[in-house]
Design a protein around this ligand. Sequence first.
Ligand code: AMP
Ligand code: MG
Length: 320
Amino acid sequence: MPSQDVISAAEELRNGGVVAFPTETVYGLGADVTNHAAVLRVFALKGRPAHNPLIVHVADESMATTVAGHWPEAAKALARSFWPGPLSIVVEKAELIPPVVTAGGSTVCVRCPLHPTALALIEETARPLVGPSANPSGGVSPTTAAHVRSAFPDLTVLDGGPCQIGIESTVVRFTDDGIEILRPGAICAENIEQATGLKATLFSHKGLERTLQSPGLLSKHYAPTTRTRIVFGDELLTVDLNRAVVLTQFDDPDIPHKIVMPTDAHGYAARLYDALRSADELQVDEIIIVAPTGDGPPGVWLAIADRISRASATDENGEP
Ligand code: AMP
Ligand code: MG
């Protein structure tokens, strides 16, 4: 039996409302995928550009086949290996998905989240839900209910505790000769190759092509408002430490304002967005991220590198 909170949130969703819900990656802004007005409200709340498509969240593989026009063998293999879990799969879309969800495109990105509250909510609503990260577009994704409430105080937020993975899902699509990873995440190329027997490569096209293929991959994203820089090794010596807060894996007594980060990849990822938010609140001149290393899968470090490089990217005007 779902909790009363989930039952009323599902009712709100069925009535065309927007509800924030926890997943294992980050918190999402949920709306009924088939309700055009509700989906538009998600875009409006986030200030998300209409050309950036949303991920559709399903309760299981069978619901995924209702949003997909075609569900290939490789998708079956991925769903069976990694769902529920932090993997989003781009496939041809079904008629039922309104174009607003896919930014007018013919493909849809679908995932089944590994969180009991998310699964209960989708099941109780009995519809697939859009679920972009519950933050204003371009900002740092929320990993606690409090993060969501700080941006959207009037919204219903289901509290599922801190997110276990803490960075967004891996996004993949199929090509003629294998699988392309459009966004790296906790599920890595090696995991994907093992599950499918197909070659998995990181999508690396730059500039316009990259933007058109997966608009959320714009280089500046996941960014705090404070200027953010990555430093390597001795470069830290050149930083004015009195005016900066440093994300470092070593508890160095010479750094006055610091957030000490975990040394393992999964721990680092789970802590990253909360650390960036706390650093932002200190209102110093700069956030310095000491380039992290440590134990854990190289693919997860790659996903972390992707997020911190976007958190520290400058836009086309050179502004942070
Ligand atoms: P978010 O839900 O905000 O974490 O971001 C969703 C990500 O999935 C963005 O990077 C989108 O560009 C990507 N995405 C969603 N739908 C598609 C699609 N049909 N094809 C390619 N990428 C997609
Ligand atoms: Mg997002």
